[in-house]
Design a protein around this ligand. Structure first.
Ligand SMILES: [Zn+2]
Length: 136
């Protein structure tokens, strides 16, 4: 399962954060600042909050990195009406296309990829049974 790191309100994946930076400066022999060096800024710290979603402006103290796929789905369901045939058809088609592409990838990956996929989907015992039955 992919880690979902999107804004729970709009699904946006870019946030404006804050970062402590250091810069190169000219000092005198006593370490007193004299002037900044042009383009002398470099990053030093991990960006921190508050984070503001670039898309919808929602503000978060922490990034909403731990939002589950189920929560994202709930937000999508709230925002759209799913009783129209053309929406249902578009979703059906997208699922079908993704699985079809995934099937091609797995099959093109050879026996190792195929078995890895099947073990993940069916479990070791079922895969062994499948192979055993095919041999008979
Ligand atoms: Zn947002």
């Amino acid at each position: 399962m992919k880690e979902v790191c999107n804004c729970p309100k709009c699904g946006g994946d870019r946030f404006i954060g804050n970062q402590t930076v250091s810069r190169e400066v000219i000092v005198d022999g006593s370490g007193n600042w004299l002037k900044n060096i042009k383009d002398g800024i470099y990053d030093t710290e991990i960006p921190n909050g508050p984070f503001v979603c670039k898309k919808c402006g929602a503000e978060y103290d922490q990034l909403p990195v731990q939002i589950s796929e189920d929560e994202v789905v709930e937000n999508i369901i709230e925002d759209f009406i799913f009783d129209e045939d053309k929406i249902i058809e578009a979703i059906d088609e997208a699922v079908h296309d993704l699985f079809s592409n995934r099937a091609s990838e797995v099959n093109n990956g050879g026996v190792h990829e195929q078995l890895k996929f099947l073990v993940g989907e069916m479990g070791e015992d079922e895969v062994k049974r499948l192979v055993t039955e095919a041999q008979e």
